[in-house]
Design a protein around this ligand. Sequence first.
Ligand SMILES: [Zn+2]
Ligand SMILES: [Zn+2]
Length: 284
Amino acid sequence: MQYLGAHISIAGGIQNSLDRALKLECTAMQIFLKQPRKLFDREIPHKNIDEWEEKSSKIKTIPIDAILAHTGYLVNLAVPDDDKWENYISAMVDEMSRADSLGILNIVLHPGSPHNRNEKWGIKRIASAIDKIYSEYKFNVNIALETTAGTGSHLGWKFEHLHDIISQSKYSEKLTVVFDTCHTFAAGYDFTTPEKYKNVWQQFDKIIGLKKLVGIHLNDSKHPLNSHKDRHEHIGKGYLGIEPFRLIMQDSRFVDIPKVIETPKDDDWDSKNLKILRELASKK
Ligand SMILES: [Zn+2]
Ligand SMILES: [Zn+2]
């Protein structure tokens, strides 16, 4: 099955996201597990978890392995300050408990920013945060490191960063990767023609390994190649244009990889963007 969907709102309770996804004819989706601008939030009520279980087991068109969770924006496992680092680790533990309670297999994380420290230090810091978490808790959920645009000192914009975090962790089997088209393009990887597309995925496979890929975020970019700016645009309306999305939608390697849009939410743009992507899947 072609896994395609959107980042879906959990307003009114996490279980409601499934109904919204169905309405958009999604076969994949991504959700936050709490309010994304808060580090901590009230627990998910048991009633909502029960409803989630009941609904998700009924909905055959959105299998549980096609559902990604995304952490809140504030978690930074690379932060130099020790107290903050411990606090972000607690927030991450909270997010991962939520994911486990819903049966979600991968939670997407932006690797983080070490502020004034260097890349090497930051990568080590992230790997040791991950090791601390998995050594203290037996989580089922994997952490899916997302490719980033590399704004400021944020890590994850080079495939090597993700490789190094994974290889430095004792729990590398628990670490997976999500490829964000907007971020990766803004980071300097050009995949806008068939030739360049082939090349970028070859690099990805060589450095990270395609078997680590558990999700693709389909977003066009408001800013050009190498801009290191993270601003998502509607599919085909930005600097990426339509071609790289056609290439992804027709790539047989990615059919059962969950692909979700995180494009601007105004009006019924989710359904428009998804329609474009579905058409691209069969376009000659
Ligand atoms: Zn993200
Ligand atoms: Zn993304």
